[in-house]
Design a protein around this ligand. Structure first.
Ligand code: XIL
Length: 297
């Protein structure tokens, strides 16, 4: 195959990208998007601040534009993200306790219902663990509503959209470490108690290389009976092309690794300003990293 999209499909996977609604009028952007990618994630447009700017008032206009252009081009859609401490609207940031819990669950129910049947996988909860080296939960206002907030979020999402794969998504969980092990233990617990979880997303915002145990880490989660997905891949630094190949091969080596999403198309589209961490340069030309991925698929 001569595109990432087709090469991934030949391996039974998807290859996707984050998309910004504001760039859909750029013909270079949409040409690459629709040729090279078989899945899309809204970079910001399905987040809490975008979809519920004031309490109980929902705005799906930008998210729906991304959905419509994906459907018109035969692409899967990953939903991102229903519950996250970041990019919460101001009104929600001012709540706490049971009021915030109710607002969060209502948000999940409303958004997952709006997109019901259209989303391949939802990042139900994003970045709930801390980077403290002890595997703690992040001390967010969502966490302060009670340690069971994550399972409550997953149950609400399942009720609203039974056909979506429900994912827990995080960063710095790409190798075996205290944070990824804490997520792992949560999945073990959820599976034992019947809390609905179908996949774990590994953001994989990397510098120079992937952790040496990247594939082993994916595999240990897959062995729990969940799919794994690489959800926000971008790699800066000197080892870029090799690291992209390593990540791609690791996913292909894990049968339950169902797809890879890169976090943007051109370096100029990246949230990591100046890092040039993506597969296409600012002019839309394929980089060495692109060829490394295509050859690895
Ligand atoms: C980033 C977007 O790329 C930026 O445009 C935005 O300003 C901030 O959020 N982890 C995530 C993504 O789960 O939602 C973040 O996306 C990057 C880190």
């Amino acid at each position: 195959a001569t595109t990432l999209r087709a090469a991934a499909v030949e391996k039974g996977r998807y290859f996707g990208t984050a998309v910004a609604a504001s760039r859909l009028g750029d013909s270079t952007y949409t040409r690459i998007l629709n040729t090279e990618f078989g899945s899309v994630t809204a970079e910001n447009e399905m987040k809490w601040d975008a979809t519920e700017p004031s309490r109980g008032t929902f705005n799906y206009s930008s998210g729906d534009r991304i959905l419509a252009q994906a459907q018109a081009n035969g692409q899967l859609v990953r939903g991102h993200a229903l519950a996250w401490h970041s990019q919460m609207p101001g009104w929600a940031q001012s709540l706490s306790g049971s009021t915030l819990r109710s607002a969060m669950l209502n948000h999940i129910t409303q958004v997952a219902t709006h997109y019901r049947g259209k989303i391949h996988s939802w990042d139900v909860v994003n970045e709930a663990f801390a980077d403290d080296g002890r595997g703690s939960r992040r001390n967010s206002i969502l966490q302060q509503t009670g340690n069971d907030w994550i399972e409550a979020a997953f149950r609400a999402a399942r009720a609203a959209d039974p056909s979506a794969r429900l994912c827990y998504n995080d960063y710095n969980t790409d190798g075996v470490n205290a944070k990824s092990t804490a997520v792992y233990n949560m999945v073990v617990d959820f599976k034992a108690r019947g809390v609905p979880i179908d996949c774990v997303g590994f953001q994989s915002h990397l510098t120079n290389s992937a952790p040496g145990d990247y594939q082993a880490n994916l595999q240990r989660f897959a062995n729990l009976g969940v799919d794994v997905q690489i959800t926000e891949l971008d790699i800066s630094g000197s080892g870029q092309a090799d690291a992209y190949a390593t990540v791609t091969k690791a996913c292909l080596a894990v049968s339950r690794c169902t797809g890879i999403t890169v976090w943007g198309i051109r370096d100029s589209d990246s949230w990591r300003t100046g890092a040039n961490p993506l597969l296409f340069d600012a002019n839309g030309n394929k980089k060495a990293a692109y060829t490394a991925v295509l050859n690895a698929l």
